[in-house]
Every structure is written in C-alpha cells, then in structure tokens.
Design a protein around this ligand. Structure first.
Ligand SMILES: Cc1ncc(C[n+]2csc(CCOP(=O)(O)OP(=O)(O)O)c2C)c(N)n1
Ligand SMILES: [Mg+2]
Length: 322
C-alpha cells in the first residue's frame, strides 16, 4: 500500500469525524434544535474519505443533499459547518444555506445541492475552468444512484468526455433513491457500465473499503490531471440510517438491512491497520477521542452562536450591480 503513516492517520480521522459529526447531528435534530431536513452519510464515510485523500487542496468537489461527509473530507471547518446546519450567522454560508446548501469555495467545496443531479453540470464548469486557466486541478463530482437517472448526469458525462474535462464522476450507489430501489429505477446492475457509452473508463468498487476507493480515485485523478479526461467510479455502499431523519424506512428489505449492518468501513480499517502493526488500538482510540472532542466543540459553537440579523436577509442572496 502506497500510503504514509500520516495519510493513514488522516484517513481514519476523517472517517471517525464524519461518523461522529453525523451521529451528533442526528441527536440534535431529534431534539428539535435543527431546522429543515437532514440526510445523514453514516455508512458511506469511506467514499468521501477515499476520494478526497486522492485530491490536492486546490482541487474541487461538488456534493449532494447528503453532503456533510464530503465537506469534512474536503477540509471544511466543523464549527462553521455545524453552525450552518443550525442556521446560525457564524455558519459557512452565514446560516442561509443550511444542511443541504453548505459551500466553502475557499476549500474547493463548491456546494451541497438540494437538486438531485445538480452537481454534474457544476463539475463540468469546474473542469472547464481548470482547462481554460491551465491550473491542472481536477473536480470530483459526488452523486447518488438516483441522480444517475437524471438527464443532467448523462449530458454532463457526455460533455466532459467530448471536451476531455478533468472530472471524476463518483456515483454513490447506496441501493435507494429515497424509497425507490436501484433495482427498480436502473435498468442495469452496474452504473459504471454506462461509462462505455461516453467512451470513458468506468470502475466498480466496494464503497465501504476506503483503500479500494482511494486506489480507484488515485487512478482517475492521475488520468484527469494528465489531460486524459473524465472517469466514472461507482462505489457500492449502504446508508445505515433513513433517507432523511424521521424516515420510517419501511421500504428497506431484510437483505439490505442485514448486509448494511455487517458493513462498517471504520471497523474494517481498524482491523486491517492493527493486524499489520501500523497502528495500535490505543493510538486509534486517541484519534476517536480527538474527533469526539472536535465535534462536541462544533456543537457548542453552533448552539452558542447568534441567528442572522433580519437586516441581513437579502445580503449575499442577490448579486448587486454597480
Ligand atoms: C431534481 C430533484 N428531483 C427530486 C428531488 C427529491 N429527492 C430528494 S433526494 C432524492 C433521492 C436521491 O437519491 P440518490 O441520488 O440515490 O441519493 P441518496 O439520497 O441515496 O444519497 C429525491 C428523489 C430533488 N431534491 N430534486
Ligand atoms: Mg441512493
């Protein structure tokens, strides 16, 4: 494996931070402290982590309505993220975006997106910017299996292919689009096979294996950076919670529930790195505690922050012309 001790540590910290952040959001939402909807990323941590550790700081990502994990993996500050989810003035978008519209352009996080399939066209824009400016940056575009059925995905994949854009399309196939099973909404088993119709490489990986995701992402990033165009990476995954918080999940079949319960990227990571002697369980426990503390601080920051002033309601919303 071609990963340094520091990279492995950072991967683990990212995965446990996402898990912790999401479980904390879940509790805060249940207490009625968070306005709007939240869609949790628990179970899918290895995808954002494996892909983002293959990127450099100036690279960009586009995200989805299930975007907290993407933000954390791209280095967004958890205090400002939590404040945004709480709708507070100290949030990344000054509390006006909420969970589904967190963006941090300075970190290359171009935005979570409430529009299913909204990300792929933006990723083409980021890819075209890279080509025009010659920056060499790539854009990783995360989207769900449901978004794969949107025209925006097909148009974007085709456009990225004909313009040879440095985009990595990352399909997070968690088996459901809301309550609709992928076996119903998709005519083929592997979304990655669609890559052939755009003339680009496609690969299927186990989305709970952070190393497999990372390796596939490194390959796709290398191609994109070398001017060889886009790739499609399908990560098979499971969402452990409901589509949104409050979802009764009556549509999940027993097979999905049992396979899903058996998948845990964090547990598998711990087993592998301790078996190889790369880390001790105590070292990993210490990272767990650091992550827990950082999330507790984020929660306290969000809860003690002020709500936006009424006078601010239209600022940063409309573009002003001179
Ligand atoms: C254009 C559009 N159509 C429908 C919706 C309603 N909607 C929100 S999430 C969702 C399912 C998305 O499924 P998928 O892309 O697989 O992502 P997942 O929730 O599984 O991560 C739907 C249909 C929407 N937000 N935008
Ligand atoms: Mg899905």
């Amino acid at each position: 494996m071609n990963l340094s001790q520091d990279e492995l540590r950072s991967m683990y910290r990212t995965m446990v931070s996402i898990r912790n952040f999401e479980e904390t959001v879940k509790q805060a939402f249940a207490k009625g402290h968070i306005p709007g909807f939240v869609h949790l990323y628990v179970g899918e941590e290895a995808i954002a982590t494996g892909v983002c550790t293959a990127l450099r700081a100036s690279d960009t990502i586009t995200s989805t309505h299930r975007g907290h994990g993407h933000c954390i993996a791209k280095g967004c500050d958890m205090n400002s993220m939590m404040a945004e989810i709480y709708g507070k003035a100290t949030g990344l978008c000054k509390g006006k975006g909420g969970s589904m519209h967190i963006a941090d352009v300075g970190k290359g996080m171009l935005g979570a997106n409430g529009i299913v399939g909204g990300g792929p066209p933006l990723a083409c824009g980021a890819g075209l910017t890279s080509v025009v400016t010659g920056s060499g940056d790539v854009c990783a575009c995360f989207f769900g299996d449901g978004a794969c059925e949107q025209g925006t995905f097909h148009e974007s994949a085709n456009l990225a292919a004909i313009w040879n854009l440095p985009v990595i399309f990352v399909a997070e196939n968690n088996g459901y689009a809301q309550s609709t099973p992928a076996t119903y909404h998709c005519a083929i088993e592997n979304i990655a096979e669609r890559a052939a119709s755009y003339g680009i490489p496609g690969a299927v990986v186990d989305g709970s294996d952070v190393f497999a995701v990372h390796e596939a992402a490194v390959e796709a990033v290398k191609r994109a950076r070398a001017g060889q165009g886009p790739s499609l990476l399908e990560c098979k995954t499971y969402r452990h919670h409901g589509h949104f918080e409050g979802d009764q999940q009556t549509y999940k079949d027993d097979l999905y529930k049992s396979v899903s319960q058996g998948k845990d990227s964090i547990r598998d990571f711990r087993a592998l790195v301790t078996q190889h002697g790369w880390f001790t369980a105590e070292e990993l426990d210490a990272i767990d505690r650091e992550a827990e503390q950082a999330v507790e601080e984020a929660l306290a920051f969000a809860e003690s922050s002020p709500v936006p002033q009424v006078e601010e309601v239209t600022s940063d919303v409309y573009v002003s012309y001179p």
